[in-house]
Design a protein around this ligand. Structure first.
Ligand SMILES: C[S@@+](CC[C@H](N)C(=O)[O-])C[C@H]1O[C@@H](n2cnc3c(N)ncnc32)[C@H](O)[C@@H]1O
Length: 285
């Protein structure tokens, strides 16, 4: 049904959205409907509920509802998603930033508070880790490395959105450490990464498989192809006392600790996510 946008209120559109999302099988239809309405209206629901809908925002609303009905993740539909203190622009060129990665940033900031120096985020995607560090620890030299030019464009957009705090951030295209300038070798305070770590044959939820960039997720037969490279090479790039913080799958803690030990790291530990599962390595040079 096409609404008469002169008389339709956002409250009515909200109700229509709830019904359409429920019919499409969306679990959290009421909240999602509110977020979609707020995105289209550009203001919190309570401020716009009784206001009439403009033609332009009605068009935006309709496109978002259709995309969500087709199964596209809400984060891509809204084109933005909160990550720690940031609201990141996200679309299908990047992985949707996950809550477990927010916890990884805590470890990165803790290690940085101890050792200082530059922070390198390998596989920066939307820029979630790199830009959180720049935002929460202003003035830190931050390097974001990304192999996908498409993803890097998203990180650049988010970097611009950060304003003045982004002036110490450098985003570079290339593969892992090869993208960094030679002067950083042996000088980095913290190497952080949320690399691909899903085994090629492992099942992923349907919506992840269908909508998210698969190169951001899969990493060979055992899921360790990228973690192996990062752990082995990080030692050379870290300053003495510097730390490596790497996210991994919840069953990859023991093997990742073993890789760190054989690369020569000391003080190796595994951090857990909010559900208590082993989710990231912290190791010091
Ligand atoms: C799991 S995603 C993480 C994105 C973001 N850091 C986050 O936490 O939301 C992994 C990222 O690594 C990038 N990537 C994969 N292989 C890479 C490589 N060899 N060098 C640099 N980046 C790579 C992917 O394009 C993707 O953006």
């Amino acid at each position: 049904m096409v609404a008469d946008t002169d008389t339709t209120s956002w409250a009515e559109l909200h109700q229509q959205t709830v019904e359409r999302l429920r019919a499409a099988g969306v679990d959290n239809a009421s909240n999602e409907a509110r977020w979609i309405v707020e995105r289209a209206a550009g203001d919190p629901y309570r401020l716009v509920a009784d206001k009439p809908v403009t033609v332009r925002s009605h068009h935006h609303w309709r496109l978002m509802v259709e995309r969500r009905e087709a199964g596209e993740p809400l984060q891509y539909v809204l084109e933005r998603w909160p990550f720690r203190r940031l609201e990141l622009f996200v679309d299908r060129r990047v992985l949707i930033p996950r809550p477990e990665t927010e916890v990884v940033v805590d470890a990165v900031l803790d290690e940085h508070a101890r050792v200082g120096g530059a922070v390198v985020d390998l596989g920066t995607g939307s820029g979630a880790i790199a830009l959180s560090v720049a935002s929460e620890r202003p003035g830190t030299e931050v390097w974001g490395v990304e192999r996908s030019p498409d993803a890097l464009a998203v990180a650049r957009a988010n970097c611009t959105g950060l304003g003045r705090k982004a002036r110490t951030v450098r985003l570079v295209e290339g593969s892992w450490f090869a993208a960094l300038p030679e002067e950083l070798r042996g000088e980095v305070g913290v190497v952080a990464s949320n690399p691909p770590y899903v085994p090629d044959a492992a099942e992923l939820p349907d919506d992840v498989e269908r909508w998210e960039p698969i190169d951001a997720l899969r990493a060979g037969d055992d899921g360790l192809a990228d973690i192996r490279v990062i752990v082995a090479e990080a030692v050379e790039w870290l300053a003495p006392g510097g730390a490596l913080v790497v996210e991994h799958g919840d069953d990859q803690g023991p093997v990742t600790r073993a890789l760190a030990a054989s690369a020569g790291f000391t003080e190796i530990r595994t951090g857990t996510d909010l559900a208590g599962r082993e989710r990231f390595l912290v190791a010091r040079r």
